[in-house]
Write a protein that binds this ligand. Sequence first.
Ligand code: PAF
Length: 279
Amino acid sequence: MKIITSVAEMQEWSSAERSAGNSVGFVPTMGALHEGHAKLFSESVTRNQRTVVSIFVNSLQFDDASDLEAYPRQLEQDCVIAERENVHVLFVPNHKEMYPDGFTSIISTGSIASHMEGLHRPGHFDGVATVVVKLLNAVAPTVSYFGEKDFQQVAVIRQVVRDLNIPCEIASVTTVRDKSGLALSSRNMRLTAEHLGQAPQIFILLSQIAEQCRTHETSSAAMKNRFNTELPAVTAATVEYVEIVDSNTLRPAQIATNGTTICVAVWFGDVRLIDNVSI
Ligand code: PAF
C-alpha cells in the first residue's frame, strides 16, 4: 500500500491510473477505522481497479473544539485495516496541505443542510462539503463511497457534486451494525461500558417504530413523540432530535410512511450518536 501525503502527488498518481484505463474508487474518512469503513473499502475494491482511502481529521466540520480534540487518532492501526482490505493508496495530507496559509473559500450548502445535523451543528456541512470537494479534486475518483449512517451527509454531498458539476459518482453503502444492532461508529469507543450496553436501544426502538409505520400509516408527530418518550425511559440517553423526512428530498414528512426515513441524534454523556432507519 502506497502512502501519499501531498495533493500534487495524489493528483499525479490518479491521473496516471485514469490514463491507463483504471477506474479509481475513493473512500474519504477521518480515520479511527472500523468494520463499517472496511465494508466501504471492500465495496470499492470489488468494483474498481484501484482504491484510494483518505484519512484527514477535518477541523472545519467540528463546531465544538472539545469534540475535535477528543476525536480518536490511530494511524498505525488504520494502516493495518487498509492493508488488510487491499487498499492501494492511503492519502494522508496534514492540515497545512489541505488548508494552507491564505485559504479562505468555504462551500455554502444551503437548504438541504439547514435542519437535523445542520441545525444542531452550525457550519458542519459547509466544512464537510469543502473538504470533500477538495479531496475529490485531489483524488479525481470515478466513484466515491459513503456510509448511510450519515444519511444527511450523503444527501448533502450528492447535492454539492450535482451543483458543482463534479464528475464523480456518489455511492452509498448500508450501515454496518454490531450483533446488538448498534451502528458502528468511531465514537462508540468513547462510550462507557454502561452506555455501550444501552446504546443498542436506539436501533431497537427505531426498528419497532418503522415496523409500526409500515403496517399502520401514522403521523410523524406521534412517532417522534414515541421515540422522545421511550428512549429516555429505558436508557440514560438524551434525545437531541428525531425527524421523519422524505428519503430523497430530506424534507420533513407529515406522515411516517413508505419512502420516509427516521433520523435521530442522541447523547450518552458527552458522546453524540446518530442513526436512521428507512420505513
Ligand atoms: O464521514 C466522515 O468521516 C467525514 O465527514 C468525511 C466525509 C470524511 C469528511 O471529513
